[in-house]
Ligand binder design. Sequence first.
Ligand code: UDP
Ligand code: MN
Length: 303
Amino acid sequence: SSSSVSTPKEEVNVWCIFTKAAGNASMKYKLLTFSHSLVENANTVIIYLHVIVDTSSQRIAQEILQSVKDTLKKDLKISFYDVNQIAKNLKSLVAAMQPHFSSQPGSYYSDSLFFLSLGLHHIAPVSISRAAMFDIDTKILSDVGKLFELFESFGNETLFALAPELSPVYRHVLYLYRSKNPSSKIGDPIISGGYPGLNSGVILFALDRLRNSPTFPHLVHANNVTSLAKKYSFKGHLGDQDFYTLLGFEHPELVSVIPCNWNRQLCTWWSDHGYRDVMPQYAHCEGKVHVWHGNCNTPIPAT
Ligand code: UDP
Ligand code: MN
């Protein structure tokens, strides 16, 4: 605002899910922390925030996001999308994923939100060609315009980009496969040249490529998902990120790995459940933290 000649700022499309927030103070605080930090630090871009909600959560989100706008006095565009409508439209996608990547198979509606990112290209308006999705248990410390710059480093076929999982969860889940295939790098930490899997707290989407991809519909088809899970003897419980993890290992050209500091996970659960010795190798992440991810309800450090 200090310069007299300025190019208009690019608008970036950021998505998040905010459901079951009624009567849940912690959910409200998370949305406030996420949205305030996102907008406050966005210097080179204007945020268009797309929020997937249920009816009562929408009213709560409206209030929180209005307070962020009023406090920061910055541009913020907002749209809401109904999670129940989306769940209907993504029913077959969820049905394909759920048997392999859900802890409680059987409840389509409550589960569908954890697989919804895999159908974002069907949900987002067609005018949107690129997007990022964040978990709301995050705090953004850098200009999100810098995250969108990572699209420029995508390969010709890249559809998604995610940061590495920073716990040994896939070492655990892939125990059987790893014991039968001791030379495989899947489930090993990055610092020993491995592929630890991916965390879906921050995702970049090449939405135009996803819509036009002749192969992606086959990749998420039940037959393919089942054979992929079977190949790795895989039974997970982390929803979309289980699929991204297998897809990214099987087809690295489709799923890029972005730097860990864009999704610096804080959960230490695995350290207390049998993996204390190896946890530091998985959690290793150098450089300035761009995004804190307070996963498994871990508090985010005050900075
Ligand atoms: N979420 C939601 N309502 C819920 C549970 C989850 O809107 O009842 C959304 C929210 O955006 C959250 C994301 O789903 O950040 C993933 O859940 P969470 O972050 O709790 O999982 P974790 O990162 O701890 O594995
Ligand atoms: Mn999270």
